[in-house]
Design a protein around this ligand. Sequence first.
Ligand code: PLP
Length: 386
Amino acid sequence: MIYLDNNATTRVAPEVLDAMKPYLGEFFGNPSSAHTLGREMKRAIEHSREQVASLIGATDPGEIVFTSCGSESDNWAIRGVLATRPSSKHIVTTLVEHEAVRNLCRLLENDGYEVTWLDVDRNGELDLDSLRDALRPDTALVSTMLANNETGVLFPIEDIGRIVRENSDAVFHVDGVQAVGKVPIGLKNTAVDLFALSGHKFHAPQGIGALYIRRGISLSPLIIGGAQEEGRRAGTSAVPNIVGLGAACRLALEDDDHARIEQLRNLLEDEILKRIPNTRLNGVADRSKRLPNTSNISFEYVDGQNILLHLDQAGISVSTGSACHSTTHESSPTLRAMNVPFTAAQGSIRFSLGRYNTEAEIETTLSVLPEIVAKLAAMSPYEQLR
Ligand code: PLP
């Protein structure tokens, strides 16, 4: 199988699995227990906390709290801030956030919050003046992503943070889920207050995430119960997963493979755009403003779901940029916000590479894709729209 869907999830790295194994066997204690076994579990958690802090450039490990996933981290950040600021009812976010942020903010609109939805341009980039204009004395929270999951477009979180800090009292939350492990991150000298990450996006197992909470930021807990995580997040710690997350952070720092992955991504992207007619890149052309592993490409007048299925039959896994339901074809909110025309949005495919991809796999993909697209284009229901 040729796996080009690393933004959906990644394979657990062998190094991560090796680090986890003892904690799925002999080390099975509850980290809250006072005995030797419990203390060993606690020690392992604190070691992982240091590894996470070091990957994202936190000031100290006490700023990291373990959660179950990126969605929990995002939900906690947003609800936790709002709970501490009951008289501030305004939120600023963007139209291209992941559902974990977007759907929660939609829900909050029904609960009496006012949300300013910042738009993006056709490249998927934010207009920082519109952010400045949106900030108000009653803005409780600004929430933006660092890297878009569909296009890989990076938002300039240092600039955003500076604008938020200079023009409001709002807390600044960043959804960093797609960026961690793919680009260098240093939160220490930024105005980022909260930062969500998720292990399964960079070779830790599914079911483990973390939230960075800058020292001095007060956040109400989301999960109430025991005193785990210094009373900030209740629930018996998932020690094997936490150890896995720490090991994945160490791997990302010490065995960074980004340059090679970027070369393969560039090869795939350049050759698709060159060899296949009616293709267009979704996302800013300047590659320094995108994740090094992601290419979102539209095959105009062709159905992306059909491309996905044909590639799957050829043993190649990708994602579409559209959410296809059985009766309706709805293009992704991200591509809609970028004003990608319907016939192009329907035919968008996200290729997301990772550390186990090889040049031979990219060559194989490039050898089968043109034929698949040509065949589908010839029988396209959108042909008459050309
Ligand atoms: N935020 C972004 C940008 C994502 O891409 C994802 C997952 O795809 C999430 C949040 C949610 O993370 P998780 O799957 O760990 O809940």
